[in-house]
Ligand binder design. Structure first.
Ligand code: CA
Length: 224
């Protein structure tokens, strides 16, 4: 079951932007336009993570944060238009786990969301399957044609991204943002290098290629 995320944001445009993006990523989303609605939703359907705007009509985000924190350890990511140190400290004092300054890119938000969810919930292991390739999220090992292979941390993240989006062309930007997060600086051929590692591991007995290059765009997991 995917994580449930509560979004409390009064600006329709931003709330919809976050809602659409998170839904696309496979999360279950509850969206509230004000603090009281957000508190009610949190009580009815306890979320796995809360995205909380600070400036809200009525009960503001800091108060919502304190009230949620008084009854729950759920990770809370504050969204703020302000970027002074004091606001950050106030938010963290109110019990927030992290904060993000507006305007932000969606991938930046996703990086924070994934990090907070990873910290808070050991996700139930599952096995992704594509053709004769398997990836176990518990052991973080792959299997091709019955042969098990180990993966480094980045190889695992990259292969998981492919396995979660089979037959879908992933652009270099998407891969970069998902696997290396937004704070990895500079131009590099790191994606090519890691794709090569994955090909070596998944084609060890001369099996057919599954990770294909889409020239000028990116890569795709598919059968020939
Ligand atoms: Ca606001």
């Amino acid at each position: 079951m995917s994580a449930r995320i509560l979004v409390v944001e009064d600006e329709d445009r931003i709330r919809e932007f976050i809602n659409r993006g998170l839904t696309y990523e496979g999360y279950r989303v509850d969206a509230a336009p004000d603090g009281q609605t957000g508190l009610d939703m949190a009580r009815e359907n306890p979320p796995d993570l809360v995205l909380l705007d600070i400036m809200l009509p009525g009960i503001d985000g800091l108060e919502v944060c304190r009230r949620i924190r008084s009854v729950s350890d759920v990770p809370i990511l504050m969204l703020t238009a302000k970027e002074t140190i004091e606001d950050r400290v106030t938010g963290l004092d109110a019990g927030a786990d992290d904060y993000l300054v507006k305007p932000f890119a969606f991938d930046e938000l996703m990086a924070r969301v994934r990090a907070l969810l990873r910290r808070s919930q050991p996700v139930k292991p599952q096995v992704y399957r594509f053709a004769d390739l398997e990836l176990d999220t518990g052991t973080r090992q792959g299997t091709r044609n019955g042969r098990i292979f180990d993966l480094t941390a980045k190889e695992y993240e990259l292969l998981e991204l492919f396995m979660r989006h089979p037959r879908q062309v992933l652009t270099r930007e998407v891969i970069f943002d998902h696997v290396w997060d937004y704070d990895f600086g500079g131009e590099s051929n790191i994606i090519e290098v890691y794709v090569r590692y994955l090909r070596q591991k998944t084609e060890i007995d001369g099996q057919s290629r599954l990770i294909h290059t889409v020239r000028g765009i990116g890569y795709v997991l598919r059968e020939e």
